[in-house]
Write a protein that binds this ligand. Structure first.
Ligand code: FAD
Length: 441
């Protein structure tokens, strides 16, 4: 009899956990991802702020599953699902819409940025979701300092060195803290005409507190810490507009060349592919064992799935995705070998953490609320543990120790890939007139 074929779409936290849970299954597993690497998104902000390089938080999916003989990895983009014919459509470098049949399907395609209906903001305020995004943000931050150093009109320095983070969730808070440390330590002695420490960092959120998923005491501790690092925290203020000159709040314009969007996410188009029930955010509503209503062979896990537990929707975090992926893998395995299926999915919340600058984090786990160095050490240990490969663990650990002790960062490179115009600074440092920055045509 032919082996069952299981297609997993997405090699992120959910998809990879599902694949690993099926490592001993007598089945053919095909994992399809449009990227060739698994990405540790919780550390993306460290790539964007030059602490780590892209290769320290991403690892080839093929390499992670290299020893799993029942699993084939395909680089391609899934563009649709035919539930009745039981196949997915895949587009890769030289073929379009190839149909690949499945017996079981696990969809773990995550989320993308949401500009809350204002897609025009994207041009001026990149988000942070992929390695490419992180490099774009890193370029933007480092270029701001280069342009300010080349600019002889001091009245423009302030605008060039104003950084606005939109969104006071963990990513916005972590980015703001990391930029504050960057300007006050790493870049301190690198420039002659500007003082990087004079940079203005503004964090804006329409919510009344930062880190609103955490308890009030930890939100307060994070805000105080940000303010001690020199970050202006603007709460209860929504962003009306973002354009080439900065951000417009209800009563004020903040002039800035570097605006970073960390405010919202939207699920991948899985619900459209399946034409099924969603929650108000557009995530696919799944049954208690994570399958789609009426289709026990299709599972949706991670950020793109919606399931309530104890009357509340499960959050879009890595722990949920991993536990759901593992669970879906176990259900499919037990069906294939004819064993009893596990009971309904139940999420075990191990807690949440966010870093605020050097040596400070907030940690919430059940009734335990901790902030400061101890929370930061726990944060570092947990993040090292969940990196995809031991080589990354060693490399990130050594980089962190080096950065902690010396204040130096690993990857302060401006890397302009094909298609983006590098900024050429027409600087003649011997003359006295203003220095101008010109975009290379
Ligand atoms: C900047 C940032 C910081 C975060 N920090 C934390 C944190 O500190 N702690 C925490 O718990 N969580 C954090 N998260 C959330 C966490 O990363 C997500 O909850 C988790 O990645 C969800 O896992 P997933 O498998 O659902 O999706 P992902 O991990 O996003 O994986 C989705 C995969 O699907 C692939 N894919 C998407 N569409 C297609 C397609 N059509 N065809 C083929 N492949 C496709 C993508 O390439 C990707 O590899 C953070 C997220 C971000 C963006």
């Amino acid at each position: 009899m032919a082996q069952a074929r299981i297609i997993i779409v997405g090699g992120g936290f959910g998809g990879l956990a599902a694949a690993k849970a099926l490592r001993n299954a007598p089945a053919e597993i095909i994992l399809i991802d449009r990227a060739n690497h698994h990405l540790f998104q919780p550390l993306l902000y460290q790539v964007a702020t030059s602490v780590l390089s892209p290769g320290q938080i991403g690892y080839p999916i093929r390499g992670i599953l290299g020893n799993q003989k029942n699993t084939t990895v395909i680089l391609g983009e899934v563009t649709g699902v035919d539930k009745d014919r039981k196949c997915v459509f895949v587009t890769d470098a030289d073929r379009e819409g190839v149909s690949i049949p499945y017996d079981y399907l696990v969809l773990a395609t995550g989320v993308t940025h949401s500009y809350f209906g204002h897609n025009e903001f994207e041009e001026f305020a990149p988000g942070l979701k992929s390695l490419a995004d992180a490099v774009v943000v890193r370029n933007k931050i480092l270029e701001a300092f280069e342009q300010a150093e080349a600019e002889e009109d001091p009245s423009r320095h302030r605008d060039l060195l104003t950084f606005v983070l939109v969104g006071g969730g963990p990513t916005g808070v972590e980015m703001a803290g990391a930029i504050a440390v960057l300007v006050r330590s790493t870049l301190k002695s690198d420039f002659r005409r500007i003082d990087p420490a004079s940079a203005r960092i503004v964090l804006v959120d329409r919510a009344p507190r930062v880190l609103s998923a955490f308890s009030e005491d930890l939100s307060k501790a994070a805000k105080q810490r940000l303010e001690r690092l020199g970050v202006e925290v603007r709460l209860g203020q929504s962003v009306d507009r973002i354009d080439a000159d900065g951000v417009v709040l209800p009563w004020e314009r903040i002039v800035s060349k570097t605006v970073i969007w960390t405010a919202g996410v939207a699920p991948s188009p899985v619900a459209k592919w399946l034409n099924t029930k969603t929650d108000p955010a557009g995530r696919v509503r799944v049954e208690s064992n994570l399958h789609v209503a009426g289709h026990p062979e299709i599972f949706v896990v991670g950020d793109t799935a919606s399931l309530d537990q104890d009357g509340k929707p499960l959050p879009g975090v890595a722990q949920v995705a991993m536990q759901q992926g593992r669970y879906a893998g176990k259900v499919i395995h037990s069906r294939i070998v004819g064993e009893q299926e596990p009971g309904p999915f139940s999420y075990f919340d191990k807690g949440s953490m966010a870093v605020v600058g050097k040596g400070f984090a907030v940690l919430q786990s059940g009734r335990v609320h901790v902030s400061g160095l101890v929370a930061w050490l726990a944060w570092a240990a947990v993040h090292l543990e969940f990196l995809a490969h031991s080589s990354l663990r060693v490399s990130v650990f050594l980089q962190w120790v080096w950065t902690y002790l010396t204040g130096q960062r690993g990857s302060r490179l401006i890397v302009n890939h094909h298609g983006s115009a590098p900024v050429r600074v027409a600087a003649d440092l011997t003359r006295t007139g203003p220095v101008t920055a010109v975009k290379v045509p």
